[in-house]
Ligand binder design. Structure first.
Ligand SMILES: NC(=O)c1ccc[n+]([C@@H]2O[C@H](COP(=O)([O-])OP(=O)(O)OC[C@H]3O[C@@H](n4cnc5c(N)ncnc54)[C@H](OP(=O)(O)O)[C@@H]3O)[C@@H](O)[C@H]2O)c1
Length: 276
C-alpha cells in the first residue's frame, strides 16, 4: 500500500475528480481530509470514502470552507493538520466552470472563477507549505484542464484561471524542489462529473461542436491517472493520448487547431443563419 498512513488533503473532495481521487488514496491506506462548501455533500462523500478504507484506523475528515475565502481555506487546512497531522499530499480539485459568450458572461463570474480556481489553489498551497517545509517532503497537485493548455471558444472565464494554475505550477516546481516538495499539474480531459453537467447548460453551440469529438472520461479514470502520476512523481499529468499530445505539442498544434475550430464555428454560424 503506497500511501499507508499518509495524510492527503483534497479540496473539492466531495464530488467528481476530487472524490474519486480521495477514494483511490483511501484504498491505498491514506488518511483523508476533504474540503468543500456543502456540508451534506461532504458528509455523503465522507461515508463513501470510509467504505473503501482498508483499515478502520484510517481517518476521514470533512471540512466546510469556501476555498476562495483565504481565511476559511487556511482555517480548514489548519484543522486538518491539527487532527490528522502534517499533510503528505495536497490536491486542489475545487473548481468551477461557466462557459458562454464573452460579452454575456457577467463580470462577477470572471472574478469568481479566478478566485475559486486560481486563488483557491494558491491559498491552499500557501497553507500547507509550512508543514511540508518542516518535514522537507510533500506533494502539491494542482488541477488545471485541457483548457489550461489552449484557450477555447466559450471558455474566456475558465481558461485563464487554468492557464494561471499552469504558470503557478511551473514557477513553483523548481523553487519547492529545493525544499524536498514536489509539484504536479493535471490536465484532465472532459470528465463526466456534476461540473460538466453544469457546463453543458451554458456552453455555446460552437463550444459544443469543438468539444464533441473529444472522449469523455470517468472521474475514476482521471483519478487513476492522478494517483499514478503522484506515485511516479510526474510533473505534468495529462490523462490519455489526446491530453498527452496537447500537453507536449500545444504550441506547434495551435495554428492547426485554430484553423479546424474556426471551421467548426463557421458551420454553426451558417446553420444559425439558415434557421433565421
Ligand atoms: N469535469 C471536467 O470535465 C473537468 C475537466 C478538466 C478539469 N476539471 C477540473 O477538475 C476539478 C474538479 O472538477 P469536477 O469535474 O470533479 O467537478 P465537481 O464534481 O463539480 O466537483 C467540484 C468540487 O469542488 C467543490 N467546490 C466548488 N467550488 C468551491 C469553493 N468555492 N470552495 C470549496 N469547494 C468548492 C465542490 O463542492 P461544493 O460545491 O460543495 O463546494 C465539489 O466538491 C475542477 O478544478 C475542474 O475545473 C474538470
Amino acid at each position: 500500500m503506497k500511501f499507508l498512513n499518509q495524510h492527503a488533503i483534497i479540496t473539492g473532495g466531495s464530488s467528481g475528480i476530487g472524490k474519486a481521487t480521495a477514494k483511490l488514496l483511501a484504498q491505498q491506506g491514506a488518511n483523508i481530509s476533504i474540503i468543500a462548501r456543502d456540508r451534506a455533500k461532504l458528509d455523503l462523500a465522507k461515508q463513501e470514502i470510509e467504505t473503501v478504507r482498508v483499515n478502520s484506523n484510517q481517518q476521514v475528515l470533512a471540512l466546510v470552507a469556501d476555498v476562495a475565502k483565504q481565511s476559511e481555506n487556511k482555517a480548514a487546512i489548519r484543522t486538518a493538520i491539527e487532527q490528522l497531522g502534517n499533510p503528505d499530499i495536497l490536491i486542489t480539485s475545487a473548481g468551477m466552470a461557466y462557459p458562454g459568450y464573452f460579452a454575456d458572461i457577467p463580470l462577477e463570474i470572471f472574478e469568481q472563477t479566478m478566485a475559486v480556481n486560481y486563488l483557491g489553489s494558491l491559498y491552499s498551497t500557501r497553507a500547507v507549505l509550512p508543514a511540508m517545509e518542516t518535514k522537507q517532503k510533500g506533494h502539491i497537485v494542482l488541477i488545471s484542464s485541457g483548457a489550461g493548455l489552449i484557450g477555447l471558444y466559450g471558455y474566456s472565464a475558465y481558461s485563464p484561471s487554468k492557464f494561471a494554475l499552469r504558470g503557478l505550477a511551473e514557477s513553483l516546481r523548481g523553487e519547492l524542489k529545493t525544499k524536498g516538495i514536489k509539484v504536479s499539474i493535471v490536465y484532465p480531459p472532459d470528465t463526466d462529473t456534476p461540473q460538466l453537467v453544469q457546463e453543458n447548460k451554458t456552453k455555446p453551440l460552437e463550444t459544443k461542436k469543438i468539444t464533441a469529438s473529444a472522449e469523455t472520461w470517468t472521474a475514476e479514470g482521471v483519478a487513476q491517472a492522478i494517483v499514478r502520476g503522484i506515485e511516479q512523481k510526474i510533473f505534468a499529468i495529462a490523462p490519455g493520448w489526446e491530453m498527452n499530445i496537447l500537453h507536449r505539442w500545444h504550441s506547434l498544434l495551435t495554428p492547426l487547431l485554430n484553423w479546424y475550430f474556426d471551421r467548426l464555428v463557421s458551420q454553426v454560424g451558417q446553420k444559425n443563419s439558415k434557421l433565421s
